[in-house]
Every structure is written in C-alpha cells, then in structure tokens.
Design a protein around this ligand. Structure first.
Ligand code: PGA
Ligand code: ZN
Length: 437
C-alpha cells in the first residue's frame, strides 16, 4: 500500500515544549501517527534535534523549520513509496539529510515520519504495532524500571544522581509489577510528606525529594520498600541512572549534594560501595560517555554482579554499540528512538545488542508525549525491560497502560520472564542475592 501524504504539526510535550507529530496517510485512507519525544540530559553523540532558535518565539524551542523539512523535502521522497518498506524509506530520508547526525533536516523531523510510517504499515495490515515491529516474534511483556525519585537535570540538581528506580524482581506477571509499583510509589509519597522531605514531582513523575546526601536517599527507598510489605532486593531491587556525563568535567566527577569530587577510580569505588550496601541491581551511565577507561574498569569490577547500561555512552548507535561490545564496556544498552532518529536504525541497534548477548532496555525520554510506540517496541523485540519514568503523569501511564492492552491482545501467547532477563545471554548476572529463587 502506497503513502499518499504527510501532515506534520507542532504539538506540545509533557514539559509543555514544542515537538512534532506527523500523520502518514495511505492511498487506501488508512493512516498512522508518530510523536517525537525530547531529552533533557542528552548525550553528545545523539542525532540532532532541530529547533528554530528564535528566542522571541517559544524561547527558541519551536520546530517549524523541521516541519518545513517534512513538508517540502521528505514528503516528495516518501509519498508514492510502499509503506511497508520501512528500511528503504528510512534510508532515503538519511540520504536526503546527508549528515552523520541528521543535523541537516533534523532527527525530530525524520523520526516523526519514520514512526508514522511504521504505525501506518501496522494499521493497513490490521495488526498491532508490536506484531509488525517484531515480525510476529514478540511475545515477552517487559520487566519495568520505575522511577521513584527524580534528580539531576530533571530537578534543578536537587540530587546529583538522575534516576532512583525500582525493579520488581519478585513479580510473577506484568500486572503484579504494576501493583507493586503502585504500593511503593504511594508509600514513598506518604513517607516523604510525613518527614517534610517532599519538594514536588520531577519531569518523569518521580518525587523531587529534599535530602542531604545520596546514602539517605538509598536508605529511604529501602525503608519504603519494606513499609510497602516487600523485601528489599528479594522482591524489589533498586536501579540507578547516574547520568554521569552531567557530573564530569573531563577529569573529575562531582557530587554536589555531598560537596565531594572524585577521580574516575574514586567514583567507581563509591558506586561499588553503594552496590555492596544497597540492593542495587542495575547501574545506567555510571561514568561519562567520554571516560572509556573508566567504563572498562567499572565493568571489570562489577559487570558480573549487576546490569551495567550504556545510555549516553551508546546513544542507540549500532557502530558505538559494536565498539562497546568489543571493549567489554557494559552488558546492556538503553534504547531511545530519537537518539538515532529512525525506526529501522533503532531496530538494528536492538539487534546488535541482543546478538552480543547483551540486554536491551527500551526507554522513553524525560520530555514525552501520549505516544505508546515504545511499549510496542519493547514487546515486538522481546527486549524484556522497559523504562518510561514513574508511576504518575499520563504520558508515563499511557505506556504502562498500553502494555495491559497488549497483554490482553496476546492473550495466552504472552510470556513474562521477569528477573530471568538478568540470567540470560552471554553475560548473566551472578551472585546477587535477589536473583536467587
Ligand atoms: P533524558 O533522561 O530523556 O533527559 O535524557 C532519560 C535518561 O537519561 O535515561
Ligand atoms: Zn539515562
């Protein structure tokens, strides 16, 4: 079925910032829509998000030039093409852009079209998006990473570490994960209010807490897990997104909350101590994207004990992932569509991650829309893990809720492997008390 037209709009994301929505219409009247998210702590190797930059209008954040690129440059190339030729369409857009990081037409322009094309292709075949993206192979409901506290660039640096998340390792179904998340999220909110430590809600819906140091925060999560009736580690483990590129000045890491500065090895030592003292199962971006020697050292010390995820390090870029695999820098990759800018390159990045025996963690951004593409991507590719923020705010809940629908749609065919995702592949995680049965 051929593409008839593209219609792009400037809409607003969860931070009230402009972003792009593109509707791809087919000749048979069927259509599909893509909505582009935006990061706040973006990695230096990400594809470029094109903003108009006129400070008099939308504080420079409007996206009308990118929309122009969709209507004047991408539409003539895409219209008339077979909507199911995702890779060819993506390649044609990449060629038209002509740069390595999509800085000419904008990764936001290209991704809006690319997501719209995938969604229209699924719609015209009358199959769910997860089935289309995974060519019918996807049946695993993901284990969520759910943010409890937000920090870093998402809360004006009230804490240095960006995300304090939980992983419900004790859950036996996707539904049970959400029930446990509900318990811990609300118990934590009550606890914070009682202790006068609640400052507000962060960009991804987690609490914005007032603490004096990071150990206090980790203690509080442990206490709230217990108060919710769960065993820290056994039922509910902790995951951190350190987002360390934001803490690094090229030589040192700084934790402003403690007023401490660390060399790379000292910072690894600090993180390793946290992993010993708290039930931490997963560390994302523990070091800066340019600190390759640090990554190698941390992975050698902790890689068999915990999941080590590269986000800013890999930016969903297959070439960077392959290099990381060769150098043994991590054992998991965070996957974000707009870091690379097309659906087919995102699928390729997931493929290279899984082929290496590493885990792919599908992720939303801190600036999101009501689009549920990532929920379908997680199931379609059998990624086994999904990170879309906290257990509040509709742009987050839309993604968790879509998985309830997908579970119903898959019916008896769905699988939930839960914590077994950490035991699979060429890099199983060993020796952690919470992964024992
Ligand atoms: P971002 O945060 O969308 O602001 O980059 C999410 C993350 O770092 O994982
Ligand atoms: Zn991250």
């Amino acid at each position: 079925m051929k593409i008839k037209s593209l219609a792009a709009l400037q809409i607003y994301d969860s931070r009230g910032d402009p972003t792009i929505e593109c509707t791809v219409k087919l000749e048979n009247g069927v259509s599909g829509r893509g909505m582009v998210p935006a990061g706040a702590s973006t990695g230096r190797y990400e594809a470029l998000e094109l903003r108009d930059g006129d400070v008099q209008r939308w504080r420079g954040r409007s996206v009308f030039n990118a929309i122009d690129n969709i209507e004047k440059i991408l539409a003539p190339a895409v219209c008339g093409q077979n909507v199911c030729a995702q890779k060819e369409i993506d390649q044609a857009m990449i060629a038209l852009d002509g740069t390595d990081n999509k800085s000419n037409l904008g990764a936001n322009a290209i991704l809006a079209v690319s997501m719209g094309v995938a969604s229209a292709a699924a719609n015209t075949q009358r199959i769910p998006l997860y089935e289309y993206l995974g060519a019918g192979q996807g049946d695993i409901l993901p284990l969520p990473q759910i943010q409890i506290f937000g920090g870093g660039a998402h809360t004006a640096w009230r804490t240095d570490i960006q995300d304090f998340l939980i992983i419900t390792v004790g859950a036996n179904s996707y539904g049970e994960c959400l029930q446990m998340a509900h318990d811990v999220y609300h118990t934590t909110g009550r606890w914070l209010r009682r202790h006068h430590k609640l400052c507000g809600v962060a960009d991804e819906g987690g609490y914005w807490p007032v603490f004096d140091n990071h150990a206090q925060i980790l203690d509080a999560i442990g206490e709230c897990i217990e108060r919710s009736g769960y065993r820290p580690g056994r039922d509910v483990a902790i995951a951190l997104d350190v987002a360390a590129s934001e803490l690094y000045d090229g030589q040192h890491y700084r934790l402003g909350l403690e007023g401490k500065t660390f060399s790379s090895e000292e910072f690894i030592h600090e993180l390793a101590a946290w992993c010993r003292n708290y039930p931490i199962l997963s560390l994302e971006d523990p070091l800066a994207d340019i600190d390759t020697a640090g990554w190698r050292s941390l992975y050698a010390q902790l890689g068999d004990q915990i999941q080590v995820i590269g986000d800013d390090l890999f930016t969903t870029n297959s070439a960077r992932i392959k290099k990381g695999v060769q150098q043994s820098l991590a054992n998991a990759v965070l996957i974000k569509l707009n870091q690379i800018g097309t659906v087919s390159e995102t699928l390729e990045a997931i493929h290279h991650t899984q082929e290496a025996g590493w885990r792919a963690v599908i992720s939303a951004r801190s600036g999101e829309t009501e689009d549920t593409f990532v929920s379908h991507l997680a199931v379609g590719t059998n990624a086994g893990q999904l990170k879309v923020g906290s257990f509040a705010r509709s742009e987050r809940m839309a993604k968790w809720n879509e998985l309830i629908r997908i579970e119903r749609c898959l019916n008896a065919k769905s699988r939930f492997i839960g914590k077994k995702v950490f035991l699979m592949g060429k890099n199983p995680i060993k020796n952690r008390i919470f992964l024992r049965n």
